[in-house]
Design a protein. Structure first.
Lengths: 310, 249
């Protein structure tokens, strides 16, 4: 199998003057969970539609599982699963009938359809309610069922377009857990779009950040953090005078230092010796009560990227 | 391909039967229609329901009306309920989706018509047979079966074409209603205008023409015309079935 699940080269899709996707070049390794992050209207959904061969690119090309999305869309769709912007469930039908229908669509033999539906519904905690009309379910249950439907035919790649959007925190966490377990068990490549950066941090090995159709950054969450900022320390205490701050900023291991809400925030170089820094602060007259060392969150990285000039 | 077409038909019928909230409600709706078309109308008409060739009008118009009632939902309904994009993101080929939708509507309209005619036959025999077995004339059965199928196919192919590009079921239904009214009233209007358009032709001449008309040949011609129109509408539907356009619309 191709080691790349997705490869796009200069992929663009314009709607009149609007550049929904603009020169997107991206590589997603097979067997990974790739998070595609961006604000509303940034081109995430259009990218998924292009990758599924549901839209024709204005320029550039995309390969999914080794197939060209423009000329081999049928091959792409035959090997992928999708949970798109809407769950796409037939609400008049029961959960079992929804899976039965898509099992037939994917030409699974009758016995396999039933066994697979049972396996997935049991895993999602929905087996006992399989006979109920989906329209009567909560949004969280519907999303779980939609994930089960996307995985039904054991696709090599699944597209999940904001799977936890609109769910309450408990339902979102439950779906995330189910998703992580299923993905790891099934060994499937996942292309996930989300607004939820904690979700991306938890699930994704690689993330891409898109804004106004253009890819701003791509890499592992750690790589993105390193790109937009190194390790940092948060010091709780007193006596962080302007003079102390000036001396602190002059030290070679310190990139920046400022006081926020009475806490001293220090951005450090990667080889910084924290013990020496604490000794310096105490020696300079600061009263140190607590020191926390950490890294910028993906959310901070995302916000930094969003604030950069286009 | 037939397996895929059958899968779509299976789903359409499931949704149709459950459109009233439960399978029992869906079956009851079908039973009411068969009762109206297969019991009420035949019992009102009497023996002529079976013996008169005018029953051909029923064979041709009822499936058309029944199909129009459901086919607006074919694509517009999926679009409105946000299920279309997921279906289009599957491996299901365009042709299978379209034919599945068309044949589901045809099976509904044509199937109910056939069931109504069978029930009507039994009802008329029970009520008016007086020991004699009344049967539809063989020619009427052959012509009626073919014409009703072609009429159902006409409504389904045209309806799917309308539904493909309608954003909502309501808009599709409105467009189809206009089309049906035009199909019924425009020919009727033309016929009513004939005496004015051709004042030199007398009513007697028209009556003589109708009496001398070879009805078998006329029905064959009507069937062929319907088949050609059906084929053209299906071809147009297939040509207009473009995944990208369906999503963007």
């Amino acid at each position: 199998m191709n080691s790349l699940a997705i490869r796009t080269t200069g992929l663009s899709r314009h709607f009149g003057p609007v550049k929904a996707v603009d020169g997107l070049s991206l590589e997603v390794p097979a067997g990974t969970v790739f998070g595609f992050l961006g604000p509303n209207g940034s081109g995430k959904t259009t990218t998924i539609r292009l990758l599924l061969g549901l839209l024709e690119p204005t320029r550039g090309r995309a390969e999914v599982l080794g197939f060209d999305t423009l000329t081999q869309g049928d091959e792409v769709r035959a090997r992928t699963g999708a949970l798109l912007e809407h769950s796409g469930l037939y609400e008049r039908l029961s959960a079992a009938d929804n899976l039965e229908f898509y099992g037939r669509v994917w030409r699974l033999p009758a016995a396999e359809r039933k066994a697979r539906a049972r396996e997935l519904l049991t895993h999602m905690g929905l087996w006992e309610r399989r006979g109920e009309q989906v329209g009567t379910w909560s949004r969280g249950m519907k999303q779980k069922l939609a994930v089960a439907r996307a995985l039904l035919h054991r696709p090599a790649l699944i597209f999940l377009d904001e799977p936890t959007a609109g769910l309450d925190p408990v339902a979102a966490a439950a779906l995330r857990e189910d998703l992580a377990a299923l993905v790891s068990r099934e060994g499937v490549t996942v292309f996930l779009t989300t607004h939820n950066l904690a979700e991306a941090e938890k699930l994704c090995a690689q993330v891409g950040v898109i804004r106004q159709g253009r890819l701003l950054a791509v890499g592992s969450p750690d790589e993105l953090r390193a790109r937009t900022g190194g390790p940092r320390a948060e010091v709780v205490g007193h006596g962080f005078s302007e003079e102390l701050l000036a001396r602190l900023r002059a030290r070679p291991e310190v990139v920046a230092a400022e006081v926020q809400n009475s806490h001293l925030i220090i951005e450090l170089r990667s080889d910084a010796d924290m013990a020496a820094l604490v000794s310096f602060l105490v020696g300079a007259g600061a009263q140190v009560e607590e020191v926390r060392r950490g890294k910028a969150s993906l959310e901070e990285v995302f916000l930094t990227l969003m604030e950069e000039e286009p | 391909m037939m397996a895929d077409v059958w899968t779509i038909i299976w789903k359409e019928w499931k949704e149709l039967l459950l459109s009233r909230g439960s399978k029992r409600g869906g079956v009851a709706r079908l039973a009411i229609m068969v009762a109206v078309f297969g019991l009420f109308l035949p019992l009102q008409t009497g023996r002529e329901w079976v013996t008169s060739p005018m029953v051909l009008v029923f064979w041709a118009w009822v499936p058309l009306i029944l199909v129009v009632g459901v086919v607006a939902d074919a694509f517009a309904g999926e679009r409105e309920r946000h299920t279309l994009e997921t279906l289009l993101a599957s491996r299901m080929p365009n042709r299978s989706i379209l034919l599945g939708k068309v044949l589901a509507a045809v099976s509904y309209g044509w199937g109910l018509t056939m069931a109504s005619l069978l029930v009507g036959l039994v009802a008329v025999n029970v009520a008016f047979g007086h020991g004699e077995l009344l049967l539809y004339p063989a020619q009427v059965v052959v012509a009626g079966t073919a014409l009703s199928f072609l009429a159902a196919l006409l409504a389904a192919s045209g309806g799917v074409l309308v539904s493909l590009r309608s954003p909502t079921v309501r808009q599709a239904a409105q467009t189809m209603s206009i089309a049906v009214v035009a199909t019924v009233w425009v020919p009727a209007g033309i016929v009513s205008l004939l005496p004015r358009l051709f004042p030199n032709i007398s009513a007697l001449e028209v009556q003589a023409f109708l009496t001398d008309l070879n009805w078998t040949a006329a029905l064959v011609v009507a069937g062929v015309v319907l088949a050609v129109v059906d084929a053209a509408l299906l071809a147009a539907g297939l040509a207009r079935f473009q995944r990208a356009r369906l999503i963007l619309d």
